[in-house]
Design a protein around this ligand. Structure first.
Ligand code: SF4
Ligand code: SF4
Length: 178
């Protein structure tokens, strides 16, 4: 384990003394660790912004108020964090959050589901349970129109994948009707 990963594990151990629930809620992942974590909503270490593509139905004049934007249809997380992150969590209703927020710590990269290894849920939840939750998320992703799925999929560089993500070897079944 790298030094930074070990430091993060120590941090999570100091905060989380018991396991918390992680479950799929039909269209989003309920993660009991988020309220005391905010790692993926707050200021990011990386210089490269993390893109969060929005679906066509989510576009509108509220975007500039909700997010830092990479372009007219892509919110992002960067060293400033997310514009909608507050001390009490995300201030947006779920319908206005990027799909990526409801999937995390799972990430859709190309056509595969990956697991963000630094999330406390990934540290403390048995992998077998995360795989079950991931399968539910994958089934939901497969039900989206193919063009929406293509729109939100990331194409992360190999070095980032190796450093931050677990490959679950879980491809999204393509049963979309679009
Ligand atoms: S890293 Fe995991 S627990 Fe922390 S805010 Fe993100 S999804 Fe929630
Ligand atoms: S929209 Fe909400 S859940 Fe998504 S990154 Fe921003 S604060 Fe976090």
């Amino acid at each position: 384990m790298s030094a930074s990963l070990e430091a993060l594990l120590q941090r999570w151990r100091a905060i989380f003394h018991r396991r918390r629930a992680v479950r799929w809620r039909g269209t989003w992942l309920e993660n009991g660790y988020c309220a005391d974590c905010r790692l993926c909503c707050g200021p990011q270490e990386e210089a490269e912004p993390f893109p969060m593509k929005l679906l066509p139905a989510q576009l509108g004049s509220h975007l500039e108020e909700d997010f830092y934007l990479l372009d007219a249809t892509t919110a992002c997380l960067d060293r400033r964090g997310c514009r909608s992150c507050t001390d009490t969590g995300c201030r947006l209703p779920r319908s206005r959050r990027p799909v990526a927020c409801g999937l995390f710590p799972f990430v859709l990269n190309k056509n595969s589901l990956l697991l963000f290894a630094r999330c406390p849920a990934s540290f403390f939840t048995p992998l077998s349970h995360m795989e079950l939750v991931g399968r539910d998320a994958a089934r939901w992703l497969a039900s989206l129109p193919r063009e929406d799925r293509a729109r939100i999929a990331l194409d992360l560089p190999p070095a980032t994948l190796a450093d931050r993500y677990l490959n679950l070897h879980m491809r999204i079944p393509d049963d979309s009707t679009s």
